[in-house]
Design a protein around this ligand. Sequence first.
Ligand code: SAM
Ligand code: SF4
Length: 330
Amino acid sequence: MKDGHGRTIDYLRISLTDRCNYRCIYCMPEEGVQSMCHTDILRIEEIAHVVRVFSNLGIKSVRLTGGEPLVRKGVVDLVRDINDMPGIKNISLTTNGVLLPRMADQLRQAGLSRVNISLDTLDAEQFHAITRRGYLQEALDGIDAALAAGFNPVKINAVAVRQLHQDYLAFAKLSIDRPLHVRFIEYMPVGGANGCGWGPDDVISCEELFEIINRQARVEGLPELVPAGKHQPLGWGPARYFMFPGARGTVGFISPLSRHFCSECNRLRMTADGKIRPCLFSDVEYDMRAALRGDGGDDAIRAVLMEALGAKPDDHHDKVGTERGMSQIG
Ligand code: SAM
Ligand code: SF4
């Protein structure tokens, strides 16, 4: 499936819910955001229907996200359904990890292959302050559960926020002894309407992060990061990967602000209320829910998909803010 700029689009990110058991300071305000009404959220069968039609047109990879996707009832059944669709080659999940100790094995058996766990600090107090609800040990147990269940790769996503003074080297070192792929993500100004308080001074570019990590590594007598080459993990995203020589995992950098990757963009997004978003940084959305609940046939679903595909912009042209927050977009 090609968009209007010749890019192959084969990846769909689906937000299963806007609800979450955490309130991360860069993602949601303390009191949460106005939740979507239950009837506005797509039912599990509706999501599966959309994926089936999309997979017949060339979507090969699906990522489930949210909000926190594991709080959505029916997520294991959805994974199983999607896994049965012949066109789908990979199903992955982005999660805060809290529910993985309970759910990792079922998800793996249902056909989930890859897991990204979000974790921004290894300091217990800071973890609680960032998530406003969570405890570090829950996330660490989630990582253990993901590895034990056999997901490959297991990636750790850390948003770098200057004011938090996270210990980046400690994070990078997680990749040395276990097959963990740690990725740093530049803090993005999504969710203007939610008042998460992003400011340009909060952003640390990946280039700066890379230098900080190497500087700290030298101080500890560690070798510097080298390009990961053939060791880079499976995936279809925009990260650039490095590794400590001889490490079992890698260290990746995702730089939506300092280095656009729009020319390599391969994705569409679907929000929990069934809106197709051609671009994260554009608030233009196409109403799949109306198609599902109106005509409900495959042709109506295809028509919305084609409209969204045709509207995919070539680049976000430095417009990076969004009205909806990450927890709503996914
Ligand atoms: N709850 C799940 C989790 O935290 O992994 C999935 C949803 S969360 C919205 C998806 C990813 O978006 C997480 O890795 C999170 O850290 C990231 N994220 C949220 N707000 C962000 C922001 N303002 N800038 C960069 N990344 C952000
Ligand atoms: Fe929840 Fe994920 Fe947002 Fe944190 S980043 S509040 S875990 S949706």
